[in-house]
Ligand binder design. Structure first.
Ligand SMILES: C[S+](C)CC[C@H](N)C(=O)O
Ligand SMILES: N[C@@H](CCS)C(=O)O
Ligand SMILES: [Zn+2]
Length: 332
């Protein structure tokens, strides 16, 4: 069931309160599948595992829950009806795979909570059996993710791609994910303002009644990946009533503090950040180049600064692991 606009506006505040003020987001999902042996050299990238290895998808979600995540993000980042159709699936089969991504995450949450109850783990110290709050966010990767050429780090879609193109591209997927049982939609690795506008208009036009966050990628600490000022991108998100958090993901840790400050200048909505390891992605070989990466200890040493800058939700993106999330959870 969806929320009215009054409920939407307090959704994240209430959740953060239940979490004790700060929330923990999961870590790299696709790169964790790879660490477990999945080959993601495919136009569907991590969405390939929804077809070939759903057990692995569930396992990665469970690992992040075990590490302390309050929000797990579904494996639908690069799952698009268009992408599945290109692989020979029907529209209906593509839609079923999208739903499946959220169902697996919800199933993992149930398994995790059952285990906690059984083992009496995760209980509050006073002996109460209150469960750690956990939300399932349905991932929507950008149009650039679907292109599978690393465009989510450039945001250059060319002049032929208009606001309407982007809205039409995302429309059906967003409708399906909004009715999949997810608690919110995570629009991730958004590289430009145009796509943020497309999301905002789509949420409004389609009457989407579950909350959403808009998260942007950056390659310089000031702008979204396309060069659009992050303040302008965040303003688009701020004026969308379904948006309950605004943030940055899949961006090197060294750029995050200044980006949080820029967002805070234009919005009082909670800020979510889940940086990558700082390594560089080579879209052609679909491999990570181990330069400028930070080890978990360094990553976590940033958390205090990100908190000071005004973030409320903290996690990791590509090449971070359950260890990173465990360390963030401890640090908070
Ligand atoms: C955030 S990037 C590492 C995701 C993968 C990209 N869309 C690709 O298909 O290569
Ligand atoms: N939630 C996605 C984001 C990729 S940039 C993942 O972790 O694979
Ligand atoms: Zn990432």
């Amino acid at each position: 069931m969806g929320l009215g606009s009054a409920e939407t506006s307090s959704f994240m505040g209430d959740f953060l309160e239940k979490c004790g003020g700060y929330g923990v987001v999961d870590g790299g999902f696709a790169t964790e599948l790879e660490r477990h042996g999945a080959d993601l050299n495919d136009p569907l990238w991590s969405a390939k595992c929804l077809i070939s290895s759903p057990h692995l998808v569930r396992r990665v979600h469970l690992d992040y829950l075990g590490a302390g995540a309050n929000i797990i993000i579904s494996g639908s980042y690069q799952a698009t009806i268009q992408g599945f159709e290109a692989k020979g699936f029907s529209k209906e089969e593509g839609e079923a795979l999208l739903k499946k991504s959220v169902e697996i995450a919800c199933e993992a949450r149930e398994i995790y909570h059952d285990r906690c109850t059984k083992d009496s783990l995760d209980f509050a110290e006073n002996g109460s059996s209150e469960r750690r709050p956990v939300l399932v966010a349905a991932s929507v990767g950008s149009y650039g993710a679907y292109l599978a050429d690393g465009s989510e780090y450039s945001g250059n879609y060319g002049d032929a791609v208009t606001l309407e193109t982007l809205k039409d591209f995302h429309r059906r997927r967003v409708q399906i994910l909004a009715n999949s049982g997810a608690d919110l939609i995570a629009f991730e690795t958004t590289p430009n303002k145009l796509e943020a506008k497309a999301y905002a208009e789509l949420l409004e036009e389609e009457g989407i009644d579950i909350p959403a966050w808009f998260s942007f990628s950056s390659t310089d600490g000031t702008n979204a990946a396309s060069g659009d000022p992050i303040s302008e991108c965040a303003s688009v998100a701020d004026s969308c009533k379904q948006v309950v958090a605004i943030g940055i993901n899949c961006t090197p840790p060294r750029y995050i503090s200044s980006l949080i400050s820029s967002i805070r200048k234009v919005s009082s909505k909670p800020v979510v950040i889940y940086p990558n390891s700082g390594e560089t992605y080579d879209a052609r070989s679909k491999q990570w180049i181990r330069t400028n990466g930070v080890v978990d200890e360094d990553f976590v040493s940033y958390v205090g600064k990100w908190k000071e800058a005004g973030a409320s939700l903290f996690g990791g993106c590509c090449r971070t692991t359950p260890n990173t999330i465990r360390a963030i959870s401890k640090a908070l």
